[in-house]
Design a protein around this ligand. Structure first.
Ligand SMILES: NC(=O)c1ccc[n+]([C@@H]2O[C@H](COP(=O)([O-])OP(=O)(O)OC[C@H]3O[C@@H](n4cnc5c(N)ncnc54)[C@H](OP(=O)(O)O)[C@@H]3O)[C@@H](O)[C@H]2O)c1
Length: 237
């Protein structure tokens, strides 16, 4: 199905998977409304895309979802899809983990995604069509030691996505998740050097995830891909 002329909101668009997805979808003729906190990064990305606009903000701001939906309509006159992708990754052992950082991650990775989803889905329900696609993770399907709270946020994204998919089946509103394995982005920049993943175990370029998002969105209306897991072939876990 052609995506040309459709409008998508992309959260976490200033970096990594969101940025790559903006590039891939823009090349299909989609118009992207980019959000994230880094205005300069978003604006320089927008300048490289076809039709794109920026509406910056902190994803934990409860006013942001309605502002994004209103901006999409003002700038482009329509809204067809939402890519709920903003996220952070804080991990650590029981003894060492920063509890405030973990709880902030719950707000970014899950509470904000819930708020964004419900506002967009109410809009999509009224117009009788729309596509919600969430970034989950391999860590939303299996757990790892020291990752428990991050795992929890991504298991929650998987649960919400599957519940909404069933609730909205047959309404014209489609819901899916893309679950990346290890991907070369800025997600781990704040991790200590000695705790980083070994590149020899494989790391995807973010474009691999962006291409999966495109594939899911391009399916004809009678086809659903509820979840797409995309991993480096060498990833051992
Ligand atoms: N990289 C991987 O291996 C991997 C694997 C599985 C799943 N994921 C998921 O992929 C998604 C994208 O992450 P990435 O890997 O592309 O990492 P990234 O390069 O660090 O990008 C994260 C994005 O989230 C945005 N963000 C973070 N906190 C925010 C906040 N408070 N308000 C608004 N935006 C915020 C950042 O924008 P600003 O800093 O400009 O606000 C940035 O655009 C996340 O949900 C992550 O959990 C990644």
């Amino acid at each position: 199905m052609s995506l040309e002329g459709q409008v998508i909101i992309i959260t976490g668009a200033s970096s990594g998977i969101g940025k790559a997805t903006a590039g891939v979808l823009s090349r299909t003729g989609m118009k992207c409304l980019l959000t994230g906190r880094s205005v300069e990064k978003l604006e320089s990305l927008a300048a490289t895309l076809g039709e794109a606009a920026v509406c910056a903000g902190d994803i934990t701001d409860p006013q942001l979802p309605e502002r994004l939906i209103a901006t999409a309509q003002e700038r482009f006159g329509r809204l067809d899809a939402l890519f709920n992708n903003a996220g952070i990754m804080n991990i650590g052992s029981v003894e060492e983990a920063d509890i405030e950082a973990l709880c902030h991650m719950i707000r970014v990775n899950y509470e904000a995604l819930v708020r964004m989803s419900y506002h967009a889905l109410r809009f999509f329900r009224k117009q009788g069509r729309g596509f919600l696609i969430n970034t989950s993770s391999l860590a939303g399907l299996k757990t790892f030691p020291r990752f428990g709270v991050y795992n929890g946020t991504k298991f929650a994204v998987e649960a919400l996505t599957d519940s909404l998919r069933m609730e909205l089946a047959g309404t014209g509103v489609r819901v899916a998740a893309v679950a990346p394995g290890r991907t070369r982005t800025h997600l781990f920049d704040h991790w200590p050097e000695d705790q980083r993943f070994d590149p020899a175990d494989g790391m995807l370029d973010p474009e691999a995830i962006a291409n999966a998002v495109r594939f899911v969105l391009e399916q004809p209306e009678d086809v659903a891909i509820p979840r797409m897991l995309v991993m480096p072939s060498r990833q051992p876990t």
